[in-house]
Design a protein around this ligand. Structure first.
Ligand SMILES: [Zn+2]
Length: 250
């Protein structure tokens, strides 16, 4: 008898689109100053605020690590590559659930590996999409100067003036995650465990960026349409219902 060749790739195509709805202002700091502004917010090439893919992925990974620990699932120690899966395990099937979901140093979605590509989340604004491209992107930002008073003298010290930038309130951004996940399913389903973790982690994100102590960056995540898994499509709630089964896989 001739052995049957394995022709099915052991990975599944994933496509997720979601909104990040800000509750109040946002401040993903760029690390640069500009003019009198000491701390500026990141801008795209179009001058508009956006949420960098790395910021979103970092927040989601944090939430996923917390979730996995709640369910007693082994997670390696990120972000130091020396304590993460590829360095700690020999066999690929020993990689932890968080690494299988978010990737790890030295592995990417190219060349047949699994892996997800996170896109930057861009502003969704009816005005921009329709007619007023001519308006300055600057209308999406404002600056706030904090003043430190010298108590004994009761005067503001010029060197203690600090100006930072925020976005205006309640902006909405649209993000997308596409790529490939392993065919490691939640027990009794055709949904990969990594996808369940990813969707639950996204849903748990309740702030992004800096200025948390000043009430900035609060948000809610909402999925748009169905979640594509191979040639199937699932409602987000169909995927999320398995969050309690995360420890059980087949
Ligand atoms: Zn790991």
């Amino acid at each position: 008898m001739v052995a049957k060749l394995e022709t099915v790739a052991p990975r599944l195509r994933i496509d997720i689109t979601y909104l990040v709805k800000m509750i109040g202002g946002l401040a993903v700091y760029s690390g640069f100053s500009r003019g009198i502004v000491d701390r500026t917010v990141v801008r795209g090439l179009d001058g508009l605020p956006y949420l960098p893919a790395s910021t979103l992925k970092g927040r989601a990974r944090d939430m996923a690590e917390k979730l996995a620990k709640v369910w007693g699932i082994h997670v390696c120690e990120s972000p130091d590559p020396k304590t993460m899966c590829p360095a700690k395990h020999v066999a690929a099937d020993e990689y932890c659930l968080v690494c299988r979901t978010f990737g790890m140093p030295g592995r990417s979605s190219v060349s047949g590996n699994t892996g997800l590509i996170w896109r930057d989340a861009h502003l969704v604004d009816e005005d921009i999409l329709q007619n007023d491209n001519k308006q300055s992107p600057q209308r999406f930002f404002y600056q706030r100067t904090q003043v430190q008073i010298s108590r004994p003298r009761g005067v503001a010290l010029a060197k203690h003036l600090f100006t930072s930038e925020n976005t205006i309130e309640d902006l909405v951004f649209k993000g997308r995650i596409r790529g490939w996940l392993e065919k490691t399913y939640i027990e009794g389903s055709t949904i990969p465990d990594a996808l369940v973790l990813l969707c639950a982690a996204l849903k748990l994100i309740n702030f992004v960026g800096g200025g948390k102590s000043r009430g900035l960056g609060q948000c809610e995540v909402e999925f748009i349409g169905k979640i594509e898994v191979g040639d199937q499509k699932f409602e987000p709630k169909e995927v999320l219902q398995y969050v309690n089964n995360l420890g059980n896989r087949t």
